[in-house]
Write a protein that binds this ligand. Structure first.
Ligand code: FAD
Length: 333
C-alpha cells in the first residue's frame, strides 16, 4: 500500500541566509536511516536566493536537494512554505520526513501533517527504523519524562517527526560529496497571501541564544525570589554566559520561556553549565545532562542535581554566588 513512498527527507531551515544547525544535524541522522532503508536522503530547501546553499546540503550528507527558490518565500510564512512542502511531498512521496523542532520547523511540520492527513511525532530525541516493516521509530520522553515513548505511524505516509536541536550529530562537512540538485517551480503570488511580513524585529535581550551558548548559568527556585535571581544574571554577565532556568522559575515570571531548560524547554549541550538552586528534577536533567561540565550549587547535599554534576558545592547560593562574581571579576582585571 505504501510502495509508492520511498526515501528519507530533511526539511532544511534557512535563517538570514544560513542553514540552521539542526538541519545539518538531521542530515546526519537522516543519512543513517536512509542507509538502513537503502534509499536516498533528500534535503528540502525553500526560500528566496537559497539555491546557492544546495551544495552545503549535499556536503552534509544528502544525495539530492529539492529546491524551490521564489521571491514570495523570502520570509517564512506558514501559508507559502506549507504550499511548497506539500507540492514536493505529493509529487515525490517520501516515506520519512524530518524537521527541526524550532519555531518555524514545528509550525510548517504541523501544517503539512494536517494537510497530508498523516501523523507527526513532536520533539523527538531518538530515531530508528524497523527495517522489516519500514516503520520510523520516533522516541521522546513521555509522562513527565519518566519513560521514553516510541511512536509509530503505521497507517499514513509520510512518517513525520520534529527533532530537537542538539540531540543528533551532524556529519563532517565533506566537499567531495556529490549529489543532485532538483529545481522545482510552484505558482505563488504575493497578492494571494493572507499574511504579510511588515518588519522583523530582532530580540536584543539575549546576547547569545541558549541553544548556541558555550557557557550557561541556570538558576532555580532556590534563588528565593526575583531579587535573588538577579545574582544569576550578574554571574552570567561577569563571565559572558547566557542565562537559563527551570520551569518553576519561568512560571514564577523570573525568566521568559525561551530561557527554560528541560523537557518542555530547550535541550542544550554547553561546555559549562552552572545549576544554581536547582533541585535536578528529571524534566530539567533531560535538557542539560549532556553538558561537558556541570557545576551545581545547592544547599541540600542529597539534591538529585549532584548525581549529574561534575563539581558540586553544598551551601547557600545567596552567599556563594556573590563570592564567585567577586572572584571572577578579580580574575578578569
Ligand atoms: P525546586 O524543585 O523547588 O528546587 C529548588 C532547589 O533549590 C532545591 O533543591 C533546594 O534544596 C535548593 N535551594 C533552596 N534554597 C537554596 C539556597 N539558598 N541555596 C542553594 N540551594 C537552595 N522543569 C524544568 O526545569 N524544565 C522543564 O522543561 C520542565 N518540564 C516539565 C514537564 C512536565 C510535564 C512536568 C510535570 C514538570 C516539568 N518541569 C520542568 C518541572 C520539574 O518537575 C521541577 O518542578 C522543576 O524543574 C523544579 O524547579 P527548581 O529546581 O527550580 O525548583
Amino acid at each position: 500500500m505504501f510502495e509508492a513512498y520511498r526515501g528519507v527527507w530533511v526539511y532544511i531551515e534557512v535563517n538570514e541566509g544560513k542553514i540552521e544547525e539542526v538541519s545539518l544535524e538531521l542530515l546526519g541522522a537522516g543519512r543513517k536511516l536512509a542507509d538502513k532503508l537503502d534509499v536516498p536522503l533528500s534535503g528540502i530547501l525553500l526560500g528566496y536566493d537559497v539555491k546557492g546553499l544546495s551544495e552545503e546540503v549535499i556536503f552534509y550528507g544528502a544525495d539530492q536537494v529539492y529546491v524551490i527558490d521564489h521571491p514570495v518565500l523570502a520570509d517564512y510564512r506558514t501559508e507559502s512554505y506549507m504550499k511548497g512542502v506539500i507540492f514536493l511531498a505529493e509529487k515525490y512521496k517520501p516515506e520519512i520526513f524530518l524537521y527541526g523542532a524550532t519555531s518555524n520547523g514545528k509550525d510548517v511540520a504541523s501544517a503539512v501533517a494536517t494537510d497530508l492527513s498523516t501523523g507527526l511525532t513532536a520533539d523527538t530525541t531518538m530515531l530508528d527504523v524497523d527495517l522489516e516493516k519500514r516503520l520510523l521509530e520516533a522516541s521522546r520522553p513521555a509522562f513527565g519524562g519518566n519513560i521514553m515513548a516510541t511512536i509509530l505511524c503505521k497507517k499514513h505516509r509520510p512518517q513525520m517527526a520534529t527533532v530537537r536541536p542538539k540531540v543528533m550529530k551532524a556529519l563532517d562537512r565533506d566537499t567531495k560529496r556529490q549529489g543532485k540538485i532538483i529545481e522545482e517551480e510552484i505558482s505563488l503570488k504575493e497578492e494571494d497571501m493572507r499574511t504579510k511580513v511588515l518588519k522583523i524585529v530582532k530580540d536584543v535581550t539575549k546576547k547569545v541564544r541558549l541553544a548556541d551558548a558555550h557557557v550557561v548559568v541556570a538558576g532555580g527556585k532556590g534563588m528565593g525570589d526575583l531579587k535573588g535571581f538577579q545574582l544569576i544574571h550578574e554571574l552570567a554577565e561577569t563571565i559572558d554566559a547566557t542565562v537559563g532556568g527551570t520551569r518553576d522559575v519561568v512560571e514564577a515570571g523570573w525568566l521568559p520561556h525561551e530561557q527554560q531548560v528541560g523537557q518542555t524547554g530547550e535541550t542544550i549541550t554547553p561546555k559549562i553549565y552552572f545549576a544554581i538552586g536547582i533541585s535536578g528534577a528529571i524534566q530539567h536533567i533531560v535538557g542539560m545532562k549532556n553538558s561537558e561540565f556541570i557545576i551545581a550549587i545547592n544547599k541540600d547535599p542529597n539534591a538529585p542535581i549532584f548525581d549529574v554534576a561534575t563539581y558540586g558545592i553544598v551551601g547557600d547560593a545567596l552567599e556563594i554566588v556573590p563570592k564567585l562574581i567577586e572572584q571572577f571579576k578579580e580574575l578578569r582585571k
